[in-house]
Design a protein around this ligand. Structure first.
Ligand SMILES: Nc1ncnc2c1ncn2[C@@H]1O[C@H](COP(=O)(O)OP(=O)(O)O[C@H]2O[C@H](CO)[C@@H](O)[C@H](O)[C@H]2O)[C@@H](O)[C@H]1O
Length: 474
């Protein structure tokens, strides 16, 4: 009998994506299925392009309780199973979860209801999953509820695994939300608390049977810097493990990618990248004869985004590079990045917003990808860049440290130690020099396209982790 796994997540590509969480939850189940598991996903039903353009059928209807409030909800399933390569279920709560954006101002109630709805449904299933795999703080109370809430008693022998994709956000809520959590022995309330708040991520770390992070280095870094959870992670270290993310090599494949201007493989990388770069430069008024540096990502402190305007301003002074930025986030940074466009017209442009297609064309058309992250639990962008023959320029941190080796150490990327204007500008100048040595640069493109970061190895590592769990070793 195959192993049944249910992933519970707020995001899943291609249904709803804000960042890397979606990419992982949209790929890992597929690769787990490839190696014989029966892996599925449950997520909220949002009001977006994907849900508007697909048909769904209702497989379960009930009312859930959130404190004094009752919410009618249903579990939906996509009608055509062939849309994705794994089963996906949705918690549909009109007026609460069914919003245009994944995240909004009332997320505390929204994700509490989501978690209760998901568990109520799992409780109703005749065949229960063998493992419940939760992702990030939005699902952080599930390990607690499955273990402590009276009504879920029959679920308490199902191992719950929590993966931390980002420990900066923890889902904090005040005590007054306590009564919304399905009833439990109040003496166990300490499991929900951390620094005088209900802290779902802390709760998950305490109650999950195993805790994983998305790279080994990030696991180690969290013991020193985890936005207040350092000592907890150090305390729970025996059940924690770092497993490096993979990439979905079907979606991120320059040979078949429908989003990009011209497909290419290792043997045609030069002409393929050239065509994509040409399009980008024409579209965004950039000089295609210069090495093209790109940044793609959320414009937040973790990504080092607020330092980019000064670093790019400095690096662009000599007009000997082109730069394209794709991102959205902090309004200040958005404004400063937009402002540079007029100053360096012809060499620099920024698209402020979210655009999946453009991101693929940038991975394909850029020569270098900048990732000056302050914190990077794994980072997928650098792995996408490698697959598309684009040289990653990264700060040595978290997953970036685990996946990029500097050209000075017989590697293939450019690494720096600090999130500073000086380090970023120096790395860009190293990139410029490398670009001048076209023979080596082209050989490196082929080399990086051969690096295998597909999910195969990591999907198996998760299965091995599940199998290593038994009730006694909880
Ligand atoms: N404006 C935009 N337009 C189009 N696409 C955009 C975009 N901004 C970002 N993206 C896309 O979003 C994804 C970002 O993924 P990352 O893993 O780099 O970061 P994120 O911080 O979201 O994820 C967190 O979770 C993941 C998964 O575990 C970890 O790898 C990571 O370190 C952790 O911070 C990529 O697919 C990227 O192309």
């Amino acid at each position: 009998m195959s192993m049944k796994i249910i992933h519970i997540s707020a995001e899943c590509y291609p249904i709803a994506k804000v960042g890397g969480l979606a990419d992982v939850v949209g790929a890992l189940p597929k690769y787990q299925n490839d190696i014989g598991a029966e892996s599925s996903v449950i997520m909220p039903f949002y009001n977006n392009k994907f849900t508007q353009s697909h048909k769904f059928s209702t497989i379960f209807e009930a009312t859930l309780k959130l404190g004094n409030q009752d919410f009618k909800y249903s579990i939906l399933k996509i009608e055509k199973a062939s849309v994705l390569e794994f089963n996906i279920y949705f918690v549909h709560i009109n007026g609460l979860l069914y919003t245009e954006n994944v995240y909004s101002d009332d997320d505390t109630d929204r994700f509490l209801a989501f978690q209760i709805g998901a568990l109520d449904w799992i409780l109703s299933l005749e065949t229960k999953p063998n493992y419940i795999h939760c992702h990030d703080h939005h699902t952080g109370l599930i390990p607690f509820m499955a273990q402590e809430s009276f009504k879920y008693e029959t679920l308490n022998k199902i191992p719950v695994i929590t993966t931390i994709h980002n420990a900066q956000y923890q889902g904090w809520m005040s005590y007054d939300h306590l009564f919304k959590i399905p009833r439990f022995n109040i003496e166990r309330v300490g499991l929900l608390m951390w620094n005088d708040m209900i802290n779902p991520l802390a709760t998950a770390i305490k109650c999950a049977w195993r805790v994983t992070t998305v790279s080994p280095s990030y696991m180690e870094e969290l013991k020193r810097n985890a936005n207040g959870l350092e000592s907890l992670l150090a305390h729970e270290t025996l059940k924690c493990i770092g497993i490096l993310n993979g990439i979905d090599s079907d979606v991120w494949n320059p040979e078949t990618d429908d989003f990009i201007i011209k497909n290419y493989k290792k043997t045609s990388v030069a002409s393929g990248k050239k065509a994509n770069k040409k399009w980008l430069c024409a579209q965004y008024n950039l000089d295609e004869s210069k090495p093209l540096f790109a940044f793609i990502g959320r414009l937040v402190g973790e990504k080092g985004a607020e330092i980019l305007p000064s670093a790019l301003n400095e690096a662009l002074r000599a007009n000997d590079i082109s730069v394209i930025v794709l991102g959205s986030g902090a309004k200040d940074t958005e404004g400063q990045l937009s402002k540079l466009t007029s100053r360096y017209s012809g060499y620099y442009n920024a698209f402020i917003g979210y655009d999946e297609k453009l991101s693929h064309i940038i991975y394909a058309g850029a020569d270098f990808l900048l990732m000056p992250s302050r914190v990077e639990p794994c980072g997928l962008n650098q792995m996408y860049a490698l697959r598309y023959g684009t040289v990653p320029v990264v700060r040595r941190i978290g997953g970036l440290k685990d996946t990029v080796i500097d050209i000075g150490d017989d590697g293939f990327g450019i690494c720096h130690n600090e999130v500073s204007v000086q380090d970023i500008v120096f790395s860009i100048s190293r990139g410029k020099e490398f670009y001048k040595q076209q023979k080596e640069f082209k050989a490196n493109q082929k080399r990086i396209m051969s690096i295998d970061h597909s999910w195969k190895v990591s999907a198996k590592a998760y299965i091995d982790l599940y199998q290593s769990i038994n009730y006694r070793t909880k």
